[in-house]
Design a protein around this ligand. Structure first.
Ligand code: GRF
Length: 194
């Protein structure tokens, strides 16, 4: 495993597919004086991802890799990561499942953020399913990535109460706000624990 180096700036890549609010938040976090990461690369499998706009604004290199051929796409990404000496990957709304081979070959740390209280509601439509099941609480989780969907070791998890009048939109908004708080927290935690 490529070791992350304590308080030094760890070169980080963020993988996105859509809106990129977590990306925007991580960029903001990375610009703090005491932040342990520097975001050096953004990968998107979707050329229309809104999140790409933040890379132009903040002058961060981006690569759009369409994943039509997963094997070739992953190979391409590994090459770029190695060239740029990336040690940490943060998945942030990235809608592809990385292969076991990719994870092994990368050798660094890969994190993901998921909008549910894992192990509950892995996969898509988490808010809808939590509401349909009349859950009293939902939340979000930052976890290590393994080749099994949303199943790696949990780093931080925070919960929110689902109110009587909650709908998918309000719940999503509430949880996204919490996501923006815990992703940087989780990064600081794993680096402090090394
Ligand atoms: C977030 O809810 C994240 O937990 C999930 O996908 C969503 C991405 O949102 N994996 P954004 O693109 O960061 O705004």
């Amino acid at each position: 495993m490529k070791k992350l180096i304590g308080l030094d700036k760890n070169k980080t890549a963020v993988f996105i597919s859509g809106n990129g609010s977590n990306l925007r938040n991580l960029i903001k976090f990375s610009k703090n004086k005491n932040s342990p990461i520097i975001i050096d690369l953004v990968i998107s499998n979707n050329k229309n991802a809104k999140g790409l706009l933040y890379t132009y604004r903040k002058k961060i290199e981006n690569k759009v890799i369409n994943f039509r051929n997963q094997k070739l796409s992953e190979k391409k990404i590994l090459k770029i990561l190695s060239k740029k000496k990336i040690k940490l990957i943060c998945l942030a709304g990235f809608m592809k499942i990385l292969s076991k081979k990719f994870i092994q070959k990368f050798g660094g740390i890969i994190l993901n953020i998921h909008p549910s209280l894992l192990p509950k509601y892995k996969g898509l439509n988490t808010h809808k399913r939590a509401l349909l099941n009349n859950e009293k609480y939902s939340g979000c989780t930052v976890h290590y990535v393994t080749s099994k969907l949303d199943s790696g070791k949990i780093i931080i998890q925070k919960k929110v109460k689902i109110s009587k009048y909650e709908n998918e939109i309000t719940l999503k908004k509430k949880i996204l706000k919490l996501e923006h708080a815990i992703y940087p927290e989780a990064i600081k935690k794993i680096i402090a624990d090394l």
